[in-house]
Design a protein around this ligand. Sequence first.
Ligand code: NA7
Length: 546
Amino acid sequence: RQSQQEEEFDVLVVGAGFAGAYQLHKLRNAGFSVKVFEAGSGMGGTWYWNCYPGARVDSDFSIYQLSMEELWKDWTWKERFPGRQELVDYFAYVDKKLDLSRDISFDTRVTAAHFDTTVDRWIVSTENGRVVRPRFLILCTGFASKPLYPNVKGLETFQGVMHHTARWPQTGVDLAGKRIGVIGTGASGVQVIQESGPVASHLTVFQRTPNYAMPMVQHDLTEEAQTKMKAELIPAILRRRKQTFAGFQYSTIDRGVFDMTPEERLLSFEDLWRLGGLQFWLGGYTDIFVDERANDEAYRFWRKKVIERVNDPEMQRKLAPEVPPHPFGVKRPALEQNYYEVYNQPNVTLIDLAENPIVEVTPKGVKTQDGVEHELDILVLATGFDAVTGSISQIDIRGTDGSLIREKWGNRLSTYLGMTCAGYPNMFFSYGPQGPTAFCNGPTCVEMQGDWITNCISDMREKGKTCIQATQEAEDAFVARVDEIYSQGLWDRAKSWYNGSNVPGKRIQSLNFTGGLPLYQTMCREVVEGGYTGFILEGPKSDTQK
Ligand code: NA7
């Protein structure tokens, strides 16, 4: 008898963020039986977990949404860059509209998935003891679901309130009047800092590398303006985002930084800057990613903008050094609102860890090399993630020969099309390793990959196939292409989660496809047109197969 704990169905999706929501809806509509397991207690993925003060998306509302079923028609955004609560509300709306959660099990963390070659099914176990046997496993685990904790002596001895930004309590933490310390100045750190500065009795920022943060240029949205946009503009933007390099609304400029006079360059940079968002980075000159001299121009412009806003020369030096620690934009710049003004406040201390490292965390606070113990009530760990691969490799996933994906990828990250992996049949991932992930707007990427996966599984059903697996040769050729494209850019000049160098001991290589969405889509399309080139497709193995 098939026990209730050993349910069989077509597809298990892991994760209920943008990718999982899209995947569930598409596959269900295509007639498959689908279940979603989600570790959190609600939908939203990243937006469920990252409830730290100030959490907000860095993408414009117009592109940071799902395009399916004209969902955009009945939803009204409040701000150009929506905050975390607005995004959680959006997920509730999507859920209601598409009736998603009837197939989602919340508080259900997947701990293991082993492929059973005798029946071509995955055996998936969860933390709470559930076992299911789907034909297909789709990991919609995002690029940032495994938090990275700093390896600092004494961290566990701290007696105050201490949380990682991605494990912030859903009930919140009162920051008002507290002595707050923040380790990390990535996108999350910048947001916590600009939220804490104005309310803390004292804020101490522990900065390892300055963030090349750019102005968000936030504004409120009116219902009236959005109603007008919905008539024509929003559907056009949502269609076009797939054709742009990074899945945003930005077009890049078709000439180089030095194809202009210095005056033209200045005016052009100013125009990009004024638009706010990621425009100056992703919607401008692409030679800054490959040509160091062009990059220097962008850095100098950015630095001047920061210095204009920061009063103290010491603060200026730490936040925007004359000699850049790494080229501009080869590591993710944050968007800021009042970030630099925080450093003009008398209650804010900025510790540059390059010259004054943390020695240990004590029960009272953080001790630095200069002998000072910074006493704190709250210590915020904004230290990022074992990004891109960590979300998947933290699960005990074993393929046809029983080997762990964690071990395979530990030696060398290797995928086919950034969606599959040789030796792990019937497994797909979306917005993950060697996909456009870090260089692509999330919803755009998950829709593109979600469509590819849905079509693939539908094609298999049509052809009577039950097992699909990438060949090692196809995978090797794909990885070589990923590495070759990556090596053309300046990406290796920064330590960052783009290439794994933010995690001690992690192998350094491109974790993402850096060739842009149009090229990536062409490669994926050609594989299908070739009859799934690079894949082996098989039918049922025996009569006993279910
Ligand atoms: P990030 O961007 O990886 O930032 C993590 C920050 O934490 C960064 O400033 C790190 O310094 C710092 N860090 C990490 N480990 C340590 C230790 N051990 N000591 C001191 N400082 C440390 O993560 P976020 O959560 O901010 O953002 C992730 C993405 O989410 C972001 O890119 C957006 O796409 C949204 P470093 O720069 O490595 O010197």
